[in-house]
Design a protein around this ligand. Structure first.
Ligand SMILES: [Zn+2]
Length: 578
């Protein structure tokens, strides 16, 4: 027994000594960059005694080191050389190369082209962070078209959906589908108020009961926990229009602890826009969350040229420390369903009730006069029927691409305001349609773009090429800012435009590691020719990709190469990170 104990004791001692010695040698080797003297001595005496075996070992170790070095011979997966770098901060361009490894930017500076497995020569081209579109409705078609062509061809590398109060519920399922099948660019999503309210209260035009309020809050909580970036409202759509401010203040409170944003399609974008902005600010300020006012515009000619209706409340709030920002698309026409031309009470209880109400003469007259006031009245003498186009309609495909005046004339009717209102009601009665409405002024678009707290966003969605006549913003938002507003009109500088498409959106939505060209950041990069980059989509022929875009890189992989979509799907879900 005693002998056994002694044996175990010495065995432990020897083991401890050997492992201590090995650790010591290992550390020494690492720190000095050469072999420990004890190892060197052992190796020299081994070589003297067994010269042939030594030669064999030396040969073997040489072969091993060659084999081991092969994968590391090139330092970068991709190198972009010779480009003009605009890093997204708003700083002026500089010249440098960019080295990318494992999806990240690992070096900005001079890089020898022998160090890249693949080289892009960006001579004379702009190398910018990939564009981030903060205002899209891509959540609606992204599973069907994961290549997201109409955004890739604009230079976008990230899109945010769930805007204007609508998102696919529950988000968990959407995120899973996207992750299972892959997606070309990065996608984040907001929780939509209209979606949540419809889930809990259907189309009721009333304030929520305490119980309904709790249910809505718990659903918002559930979606935020899955990774939504914030809460959105669409207060001129249904059922959002049925909600009062108090409801929104309380619902938005769920977002505070998650660090989310409040993005809002205002209750009014015309005569009452200031009041609508003040409501949005109060919702954010009470809950201590940032407020992003969606697709900012003066959408009624009665308020054209009165930018102070927007800038005054926003700047007052910013002065007292409320984070209020705006997003904007670079066009003078809006686009939405014709439903937004009707009074919200007309749809109370759902579409069946709407159809019944139209049968009542008195109700019909009330609805009609609202449509005339909302859509067909101008204080500047504009012929409204001529400015409203049908973008898409299932029931009336022959209307697509035509304005209401033309449609009436083709039916042998006079294009009067009365007849136009009847036509709008007829369209809505038959399942509705999406329209394009020219209701903004170029001067106002430019004025809003100049504000440092306005960023760019398309308000578009996934498009199937050739289907319908959608708003060209779906294909042209980012290239149009650069070609029309930077190059032709000189409204803002190229560096400022890129800041509004990259670092500013990333900051607003808390997208960590994106929106700038910096070492350690995700390699989301767009490369274009600053003299050629241009939108080709027009109102009459919108299904056209931009020109002058050379490469789009998402998480280090080429999604667009030499102007062509590669079909690759390296995008990620942009989960809220806090
Ligand atoms: Zn909207």
């Amino acid at each position: 027994m005693v002998e056994n104990k002694i044996y175990v004791h010495f065995q432990g001692k020897i083991k401890g000594f050997v492992s201590k010695k090995l650790t010591e040698i290992g550390t020494w080797n690492k720190m000095n960059g050469q072999l420990h003297p004890d190892i060197m001595r052992f190796w020299q005496s081994f070589m003297r005694r067994f010269p042939r075996i030594s030669v064999f070992f030396i040969g073997l170790s040489f072969l091993f080191s060659v084999w081991a070095c092969i994968p590391f011979a090139k330092k970068f997966d991709l190198v972009i050389q010779n480009g003009f770098i605009i890093d997204g901060t708003g700083n002026p361009w500089f010249k440098a190369d960019i080295g990318i490894r494992e999806g990240r930017i690992v070096r900005i500076g001079f890089i020898d082209d022998k160090q890249g497995k693949k080289i892009i020569n960006a001579q004379d081209l702009i190398v910018s962070p990939g564009f981030i579109d903060v205002h899209t409705h891509c959540d609606r078609g992204i599973v069907r078209i994961p290549t997201v062509d109409n955004y890739v061809y604009q230079g976008a590398t990230s899109v945010i959906g769930g805007n204007c109060g609508g998102h696919p519920f529950p988000l968990k399922e959407l995120f899973k589908k996207i992750e299972d099948q892959g997606i070309a660019l990065n996608f984040g999503c907001l929780v939509g108020h209209n979606t949540i309210r419809r889930e809990v209260m259907e189309m009721k035009m009333k304030a929520p009961s305490a119980e309904e309020m709790e249910s809505m809050k718990s659903l918002i909580y559930q979606e935020m926990e899955v990774g939504a970036l914030g809460f959105s409202t669409g207060l001129s759509y249904l059922p959002g229009a049925y909600s009062e401010k108090d409801e929104l203040v309380e619902l938005a409170s769920v977002v505070t602890s998650f660090g989310g944003v409040y993005a809002t399609h205002l209750r009014d974008q015309g005569l009452y826009i200031t009041e609508a902005i003040e409501e949005a600010i109060e919702i954010g300020e009470t809950n201590n969350i940032p407020v992003l006012i969606s697709h900012i515009k003066l959408a009624d000619d009665v308020v054209w040229y009165e930018l102070e209706r927007i800038t005054e409340p926003v700047e007052k709030a910013r002065k007292r420390g409320v984070e209020v920002t705006l997003d904007q698309y670079p066009y003078t026409a809006t686009s939405s369903g014709f439903g937004s031309s009707f009074p919200s009470w007309a749809f109370e209880g759902g579409n069946e009730n709407f159809l019944k109400r139209l049968e009542n003469e008195e109700n019909y007259a009330k609805i009609k006069s609202y449509v005339i006031k909302r859509r067909l009245t101008s204080t500047k003498g504009i012929n409204k029927p001529e400015t409203i186009y049908i973008a898409n309609s299932r029931k009336f495909p022959e209307y697509i691409g035509k304005n209401l005046q033309k449609i009436l004339l083709s039916q042998g009717k006079e294009p009067t305001i009365e007849n136009t209102a009847d036509l709008i009601i007829e369209i809505q009665k038959n399942g509705g349609a999406s329209g394009v409405f020219f209701q903004m002024n170029e001067k106002d678009v430019e004025g809003l773009m100049r504000l440092p707290y306005t960023m760019h966003g398309s308000d578009g969605g996934i498009q199937e090429k050739g289907r319908g006549v959608p708003h060209p913003r779906n294909y042209g938002t980012f290239p149009r800012v650069i070609s029309h507003y930077v190059r032709k009109q000189g409204v803002i500088s190229l560096e400022e435009a890129i800041r509004k498409m990259t670092s500013f959106p990333a900051q607003t939505f808390g997208l960590k590691g994106r929106g700038m060209l910096q070492e350690g950041f995700f390699a989301d990069i767009t490369i274009f020719d600053k003299n050629q980059f241009e939108d080709k989509a027009t109102f009459s022929a919108p299904h056209q990709y931009s020109q002058g875009l050379h490469y789009v890189i998402v998480n280090g992989e080429l999604v667009l190469e030499k102007g062509e979509h590669t079909g690759k799907l390296p995008g990620m879900i942009l989960y809220r990170m806090d």
